[in-house]
Ligand binder design. Structure first.
Ligand code: NAP
Length: 245
């Protein structure tokens, strides 16, 4: 029996779990951070919660006799990705990183790419009404900017207190272009700040921003650890994992 551990929390990780579970002689364990309430669960065995750093993950790989590790976490889950690379090096368990492709600027887009959330915040000036989709834990970086009004959309609520110039909208994709357009108009938003997460489920905001002439501040992905093997499709990850062990 081949045993595959998928580090998840993404639609791609769920799709990969479903693909691998259908393969003969393959046992799949999916791992979730356990921070989102009511997460979408993959098929098969699921464990939740951190491992306790690279050492804890290395111990888990040995105890559970894992043959192959797929890091299918979100492109901005930087610590988990670093931990997976370190645990793979320490144990010799082969690692593959599955990342959906990033978004690409097209005709009619007005994007400004930056290297960090702080760099994005530094570009926001008084009078802006910001559509902020960078996640609830990033809110403190943006909430203190003078004269900047925020519509902060996230899956779970941010830590209180939320200042009065921040309107929190709890929602989870997929989103439609019509819905995003209506939201931008309703709240008279004039700039979008987002991370380069990629994927179709949350891309409608980019189309709506283009149509309504909103500039976009796009936070680039953090770099991958050096030397890791990377694929960008579930099919490629399935083939790789099915050939291990
Ligand atoms: P992170 O900053 O890289 O991870 C922080 C710590 O959380 C890790 O060191 C690890 O704890 C634990 N952890 C993260 N992902 C885990 C997983 N799949 N299984 C078990 N433990 C995990 O990650 P994050 O940005 O907080 O993301 C957490 C989860 O949400 C990930 O599964 C990610 O795929 C998903 N997600 C993230 C974003 C985002 O924008 N960052 C968006 C959508 C979904 P230990 O060190 O104790 O092992």
């Amino acid at each position: 029996m081949r045993r595959v551990l998928i580090l998840g929390g993404t639609a791609e990780a769920r799709a990969l779990a479903a693909e691998l579970a259908a393969r003969p002689a393959t046992h799949v364990v999916s791992s979730l951070a356990g921070r989102v309430s009511n997460p979408r669960l993959p098929v098969g065995e699921v464990r939740e919660g951190g491992f306790g750093g690279p050492g804890g993950l290395a111990a888990f790989l040995a105890e559970e006799r894992i043959d192959a590790l797929v890091d299918a976490t979100h492109p901005f889950a930087e610590r988990m990705t670093a931990s997976a690379a370190a645990a793979s090096s320490a144990t010799g368990v082969p690692l593959l990183v599955l990342r959906r492709p990033g978004w690409q600027e097209g005709d009619g887009d007005a994007w400004h790419r930056v290297g960090s959330l702080h760099a994005a915040a530094a570009l926001l000036t008084t009078g802006l009404r910001v559509f902020l989709t960078t996640g609830r834990r990033s809110l403190p970086i943006f909430a203190g900017l003078p004269g900047v009004w925020l519509l902060a959309r996230s899956v779970d609520p941010p830590e209180p207190p939320v200042p009065p110039h921040v309107h929190v909208l709890l929602d989870r994709g997929p989103y439609t272009v019509e819905g995003e357009r209506a939201l931008i108009r309703e709240h008279r938003l004039n700039i979008l700040v987002t991370k380069d997460s990629g994927g179709q489920l949350t891309a409608a905001k980019l189309t709506a921003a283009r149509e309504l002439g909103l500039p976009v501040i796009m936070v680039n992905r953090p770099p991958l650890p050096p030397g890791v093997r990377l694929v960008d499709t579930v099919a490629a990850a399935t083939e790789w994992a099915a050939a291990q062990g």
